[in-house]
Design a protein around this ligand. Structure first.
Ligand code: ADP
Ligand code: AMP
Length: 210
């Protein structure tokens, strides 16, 4: 199954991508994680992306389209994939169409803006393996240490309150129109994000069957 996860920053796309990945054994592809890894390794692409990401702006379409074009050609995508954080603009969605890749379902996770700030301020991430935690809702076993790989957890610069408002504005202006784009194709499924991760996951799995 070829899937897209849509939703505001902090809606829970990465969290649900991980659950679907376990259930269906298809890779979860996060353009945000790929960009953060490139930034940490100071590659040419990482250096180019850094100022956009840290200011809460979108990285230029051609950069992320290039990332996805390369990644979807890899062998592990043959039986399906989950896109987390791509597409984020109409031109990105059109580029995906023109790659000739059919999308089966788009799961849109809806969380009101006033709940987003607390989710993002408590988010902690592992830059090595991409795992995500929360200081209240998803604590690691040992404080500040990744359960999966043992690396230290950090707070993303773009999760600071002053940047979050800019990211939400960008989401509403540039990404939300994708709901209409995929609704017209009849493949949009809306999940109301719950306070509890397990409840949200149950709704996500149900949406996969609709
Ligand atoms: P996104 O990938 O959409 O930006 P994440 O999956 O990283 O969002 O989730 C943002 C933060 O909120 C993380 O710290 C995550 O652990 C937490 N979170 C995710 N889903 C829920 C939920 N249903 N209830 C509470 N917190 C959640
Ligand atoms: P995320 O981890 O999905 O929250 O993404 C973090 C940041 O990476 C975003 O705020 C953008 O700056 C950048 N980014 C990730 N995916 C895209 C995309 N599809 N288009 C443009 N910028 C992106």
């Amino acid at each position: 199954m070829n899937l897209i996860l849509l939703g505001a920053p902090g809606a829970g796309k990465g969290t649900q991508a991980e659950k679907i990945c376990e259930k269906l054994s298809i890779p979860a592809i996060s353009t945000g994680n790929i960009l953060r890894e490139a930034m940490a390794n100071e590659t040419e692409m990482g250096l180019k992306a850094k100022s956009f990401v840290e200011a809460g702006n979108l990285v230029p379409d051609e950069v992320v389209i290039g990332i996805i074009n390369d990644r979807l050609k890899e062998d592990d995508c043959k039986n399906g994939f989950i896109l987390d954080g791509f597409p984020r603009t109409i031109p990105q969605a059109e580029a995906l169409d023109s790659m000739g890749i059919g999308i089966d379902k788009v799961i849109d996770i809806e969380v009101p803006d006033d709940k987003i700030a607390s989710r993002l301020s408590g988010r902690r991430v592992c830059l090595k393996c991409g795992a995500t935690y929360h200081t209240l809702f998803k604590k690691p076993k040992a404080d500040g240490i990744c359960d999966s790989c043992g690396d230290k957890l950090v707070q993303r610069k773009d999760d600071m309150p002053e940047t979050v408002l800019d990211r939400l504005k960008t989401y509403h202006e540039q990404t939300e129109p994708l709901k209409g784009f995929y609704e017209k194709k009849g493949i949009l499924r809306v999940v109301e994000g719950q306070e509890d991760v397990a409840e949200t996951t149950a709704l996500t799995f149900k949406a996969l069957e609709d």
